[in-house]
Design a protein around this ligand. Structure first.
Ligand SMILES: Nc1nc2c(ncn2[C@@H]2O[C@H](COP(=O)(O)OP(=O)(O)OP(=O)(O)O)[C@@H](O)[C@H]2O)c(=O)[nH]1
Ligand SMILES: [Mg+2]
Length: 323
């Protein structure tokens, strides 16, 4: 309970420690989250997703300034699902966002889960709760890509920004990955690069083809061009516009009673993750510890058995009464 009080008081060290314990799957961390839960649900959570190097952190860094100028506090979570590859970039983010380190209204953390069991979406959901209880008005979650795991992470957000850059084949990828369904705002980033107008046009055409039902209560995702990050005046103006558009989206959710849907979706994802963790993780741990996992893999390789039969057999043993 003491940790709960500290976090409610905005204690940075207590929050950092709890996030670290979550990453390391320390059991006590879950108990603290249970205590924090009733105090959650106040922050506006913004998800920023896009391919590696799309400029998400540069945008986040700029948005922090805009949000602070509006007198609001900010928490940032940089999610790192593939630590061996993006570890360097995350380190870069830390250094870059260091300039906010002196500002008590800003709290930046990167997040990864160690171990093979995954559960990153759950850890992100919990970390959002922590920043929320700390009293951060706005929480930005930066995550790479649009895979299933990332979509789950994005489902923890109220407003989702999909960041695209010209010349990365994103045009086609965008449609393929179904990002239309998750994007509330498109950001055409690095607009100094060739092809940014073409990318904007293609997105526009994609939105034109979508049925009206794709736009909740008439919110058609705006396409925001963000000018060169290395040309401060233009960049600042673009960021201010983007920040205002993010506020507009939140207002739209509130005005049209859409927030409830988002919160329901968020709660469903969270419950899903918690059930997965409660049921699947202990079973997997047991299978690994007993050596049964490796044994089954050997058999699969020799084609002595197929994965479905193995899984059904495990389910029969562990889920008696459910099947
Ligand atoms: N030309 C150009 N480069 C940019 C712009 N914005 C960011 N960059 C550069 O793009 C690179 C990647 O930027 P980041 O902000 O780290 O991108 P990210 O999407 O956070 O990257 P990951 O977290 O590694 O996926 C950096 O070298 C930036 O300096 C821009 O507007 N124009
Ligand atoms: Mg980044």
């Amino acid at each position: 309970m003491e940790t709960t009080k500290k976090i409610q008081g905005g204690d940075v060290r207590a929050a950092s420690r709890l996030i670290r314990n979550l990453e390391d799957h320390i059991p006590g961390a879950k108990t603290t989250i249970k205590h924090l839960f009733p105090f959650t649900g106040k922050a506006h959570v913004i998800g920023i997703t896009g391919s590696p190097g799309a400029g998400k952190s540069t945008l986040t860094d700029g948005l922090i300034d805009c949000i602070r100028k509006k007198g609001k506090t900010v928490g940032v979570l940089a999610v790192d699902p593939t630590s061996p590859f993006t570890g360097g970039a995350i380190l870069g983010d830390r250094i870059r966002m260091q300039r906010h380190a002196e500002d008590p209204g800003v709290f930046v953390r990167s997040l990864a889960t160690r171990g093979a069991l995954g559960g990153l979406a759950k850890a992100v959901g919990d970390a959002i709760h922590i920043l929320d209880v700390m009293g951060k008005d706005v929480i930005i979650v930066e995550t790479v890509g649009t895979g299933q795991q990332e979509v789950d992470i994005i489902n923890h957000s109220h407003t989702v920004l999909v960041v695209l850059v010209p010349g990365m084949g994103d045009e086609i990828q965008a449609i393929k990955a179904g990002i239309l369904e998750i994007a509330d705002i498109f950001v055409v980033n690095k607009a100094d690069r060739e092809g940014s107008s073409k990318l904007s046009r293609e997105l526009m055409a994609m939105l034109d083809m979508a049925p009206a039902s794709a736009f909740p209560a008439g919110w058609r995702p705006p396409i925001m061009k963000v000018e060169n990050a290395f040309e401060p005046a233009g960049f600042q103006k673009a960021l201010n516009d983007l920040s205002d558009k993010i506020d507009d989206h939140y207002k739209h959710l509130v005005d049209h009673d859409l927030l409830g849907n988002r919160l329901r979706r968020k709660a469903a994802v969270e419950l899903n993750e918690a059930i997965r963790a409660s049921i699947l993780e202990p079973v997997l741990l047991k299978l690994v510890a007993s050596g049964e996992m490796e044994g089954a893999i050997d058999k699969l390789l020799k084609k002595e058995i197929d994965p479905y039969t193995v899984a059904e057999d495990i389910a029969k043993r562990y889920l008696e009464g459910c099947l």
